[in-house]
Design a binder for this molecule. Structure first.
Ligand SMILES: C[S@@+](CC[C@H](N)C(=O)[O-])C[C@H]1O[C@@H](n2cnc3c(N)ncnc32)[C@H](O)[C@@H]1O
Length: 392
């Protein structure tokens, strides 16, 4: 492909991504893969270059651009070499015209800006979109960080998690022997700190109510090998990813699929029985936009509203399952107040006898009854986390 043809390909892919966002369809990554499946003539360098252009354009626009061309022209107006490629050549994009619509640069969708936690001032916005490092969690049940750090080029210890190693962005890990042997998992340091906030201990019964593919359940099992970890979720496909991961990690985790609407009935025998219930609730993902910048285009006020209601519902399912003296840990990978500090305050409003507990780690800043981690302040994904102890 010529350099101009690559730009045209990026424009076509962005058009598909924009249409997909409007219909709540496939994510950008899947669209890039599909695009090239139908164009076998494109080599691996072409694919990489086009993918890079697509994601640069997505990162640059907080709002959904009018079109792929408008998104790419936004990039080109800041990059003279790219603008030269709008040359009207046979497979390239048409020459830039004064009447062309050009997407404006922005980090955060305008409607979201007033909803952010007070800690996330405009000075922090660029970090929300910077490329994230690759963090590893050492499987503490089977290896130590000191043993493994030398096995990964460029690895440093992560600042806050005792299990964390940090590698440069785009480091490939999934074919590394330590990964294949289950000695490390890929996990952002922020997620590791959520597991740390649970302070699991030997013999404890821990319920990970929204376990998904089990990232935090695996961290909990590794942190306290003698504990009983139960992982539940309503999403069969996500939960199905847990078993092979647990096998690789040599971790014992009990997995249960829940039916949405029947969770409390299905978990009735755990009422008052859990030392820890982790509610790692579905959320806007606004703390992970640096990994998934397209998430900004997929969030809407309606969707946020539905998520906030679901988070409240999950907290109310979780509370009766905690035993007296046990704790509920609430977390979202969000920097939006309604999903963090407001949600935690409202929980305390409904459960006034519960006691707020501090976190067993240094990172983050106090945010109402919880703690907020942000990329700019903590070099982690953005997370809100709060811990509530149930009175005895
Ligand atoms: C933020 S993700 C969890 C990520 C996971 N804990 C991890 O560390 O990889 C939220 C999860 O909540 C699940 N979920 C949504 N509604 C639920 C419900 N009613 N009961 C349990 N899980 C639910 C979603 O399927 C999703 O997997």
């Amino acid at each position: 492909m010529t350099p101009s043809a690559r730009v045209q390909a990026a424009i076509e892919i962005l058009d598909e991504v924009i249409a997909s966002v409007r219909q709540d369809g496939a994510p950008a990554d899947a669209i890039v893969t599909r695009y090239f499946k139908a164009r076998r003539y494109a080599g691996s360098k072409d694919r990489r270059a086009v993918r890079e252009l697509v994601f640069r354009a997505i990162r640059r626009s907080g709002e959904v651009p009018a079109s792929g061309r408008s998104a790419m022209l936004g990039l080109a107006d800041e990059d003279a070499m790219l603008l030269d490629l709008f040359d009207g050549s046979p497979h390239g994009p048409a020459v830039r015209e004064p009447a062309d619509d050009v997407a404006k640069p922005s980090a955060i969708p305008q409607w979201v800006q007033p909803l952010l936690s007070g800690h996330v001032t405009e000075a922090e916005w660029p970090a929300l979109l910077e490329r994230a490092p690759i963090d590893l969690r050492v499987n503490a049940a089977r290896a130590s960080r000191d043993e493994l750090i030398g096995q990964f080029e460029g690895a440093e210890t992560a600042p806050h998690s005792p299990w964390g190693l940090r590698l440069p962005p785009d480091t490939r890990v999934d074919d590394h022997p330590a990964f294949l042997q289950g000695l490390v998992e890929i996990q952002d340091e922020g997620s590791q700190l959520i597991a740390l906030a649970c302070q699991s201990s030997e013999g404890a019964r821990i319920l990970d109510l929204c376990a998904g593919a089990g990232g935090k359940a695996l961290a909990l099992a590794a942190a306290s090998p003698g504990s009983q970890v139960i992982a539940t979720d309503t999403n069969r496909a996500r939960l199905a990813q847990l078993a092979p991961r647990a096998q690789r990690a040599v971790a014992e985790i009990e997995v249960r699929l829940l039916d949405g609407g029947r969770e409390s009935a299905q978990l009735a025998e755990l009422e008052g029985q859990c030392d820890i219930v982790l509610v790692d609730a579905p959320c806007s993902g606004s703390g992970t936009w640096r990994r998934n910048p397209e998430g900004r285009w997929r969030l809407s006020p309606d969707r946020l509203d539905r998520l906030v209601h679901l988070q409240q519902h999950l907290l109310d399912i979780a509370a009766p399952l905690v035993k007296p003296g046990g704790a509920l840990v609430y977390a979202t990978c969000s920097i939006i107040r309604a999903e963090g500090t407001d949600q935690a305050r409202n929980f305390l409003g409904r459960h006034s006898s519960w006691i707020v507990q501090d976190m067993p780690f240094e990172g983050g800043r106090a945010d109402g009854p919880g703690r907020l981690l942000t990329p700019a302040h903590d070099a982690t994904d953005g997370f809100f986390v709060a811990r509530f102890a149930k009175p005895c």
